[in-house]
Write a protein that binds this ligand. Structure first.
Ligand SMILES: [Zn+2]
Length: 218
C-alpha cells in the first residue's frame, strides 16, 4: 500500500477514461479539483445521458461514503448520472449489505476502483471517541455506529494518536483494510491490475479529498 501521494491530473469525462484503475482515480481527482476551484463541468447530467442509461449502467467506481449531508459524492467528484455506484452509511461503517453491494459492483458491474470516503468533522467518529472517553453511549440502534467505529479509535490511540483528524484517518484505513480482507474479488483484481482501492478524507473546509491510503492505485 502507498500512503499520501497525489497523482497527475487528467481532463476527461469519467465514462471515457481507459479501463484501468489508475485512469479512473486520476479522473476522479481531476473532477475534485474542478469542484475545489468552482470550475465544474457537471458532465453526464442531461436528458441525453439519462435516456442512454435507461437499459443499463456502467459505473467506473464504487464509493462507500459517510451519509453526512455535507459529503455529496457526485458533486465532490464533478460527475453525473451512471458514473458512480454509491453506498452510504453513517461513519462509512461496514456490514454484510454494504460488503455485498461493493462485491456486486466489482463482479457484476465491473468497476475498476473502490473509494472509501470519510471526512473532516465526522459526527460518528466524534461520538465514538467521546463514548470511549467515558461519555454517553447512545441507546437503540444508534449504538451500532459506536460499536463499528470503536475499533478504529482504539487502534489510533494504541498508536499514540489523539486528534479527531487522526481518528478519522485511522477509521478510513481500518475500513479499507477490512474491505480488502473481506472481498476476494477485490484482492484478485488488485493482483491482476484490474481493480484498485483508495481511502480518502473529504475536507469540508476547502472541498478537497485527502489521500489517506491506497492499493492498486497511487
Ligand atoms: Zn461522517
Amino acid at each position: 500500500m502507498s500512503v499520501g501521494r497525489r497523482a497527475t491530473i487528467v481532463v476527461m469525462p469519467l465514462k471515457d477514461v481507459a479501463k484501468e484503475p489508475q485512469a479512473v482515480w486520476d479522473a476522479l481527482q481531476a473532477g475534485n479539483q474542478r469542484f475545489v476551484l468552482q470550475q465544474q463541468e457537471r458532465p453526464n447530467q442531461d436528458i441525453v445521458r439519462r435516456a442512454e442509461l435507461r437499459d443499463g449502467q456502467y459505473p467506473r467506481a464504487a464509493v462507500l461514503s459517510c451519509s453526512d449531508s455535507r459529503v455529496p459524492v457526485e458533486m465532490i467528484f464533478d460527475v453525473g448520472l451512471g458514473d458512480l455506484f454509491v453506498v452510504r452509511t453513517a461513519g462509512e461503517i461496514l456490514d454484510p449489505s454494504v460488503l455485498g453491494s461493493l462485491e456486486y459492483a466489482i463482479k457484476s458491474l465491473g468497476v475498476e476502483l473502490i473509494v472509501v470516503m470519510g471526512h473532516e468533522s465526522c459526527g460518528a467518529v466524534a461520538a465514538t471517541a467521546e463514548a470511549l472517553s467515558g461519555g454517553t453511549i447512545p441507546n437503540g440502534l444508534e449504538r451500532i455506529l459506536i460499536e463499528k467505529v470503536a475499533p478504529s479509535i482504539l487502534e489510533a490511540r494504541a498508536r499514540g494518536m489523539n486528534s479527531s483528524d487522526d481518528f478519522e484517518r485511522q477509521h478510513i484505513i481500518e475500513t479499507v483494510v477490512q474491505i480488502k480482507h473481506r472481498l476476494a474479488p477485490l484482492r484478485s483484481g488488485i493482483a491482476e491490475g484490474s481493480c484498485g482501492i483508495v481511502g480518502l478524507r473529504y475536507k469540508l473546509s476547502d472541498g478537497s479529498v485527502e489521500h489517506v491510503i491506497s492499493d492498486g492505485v497511487e
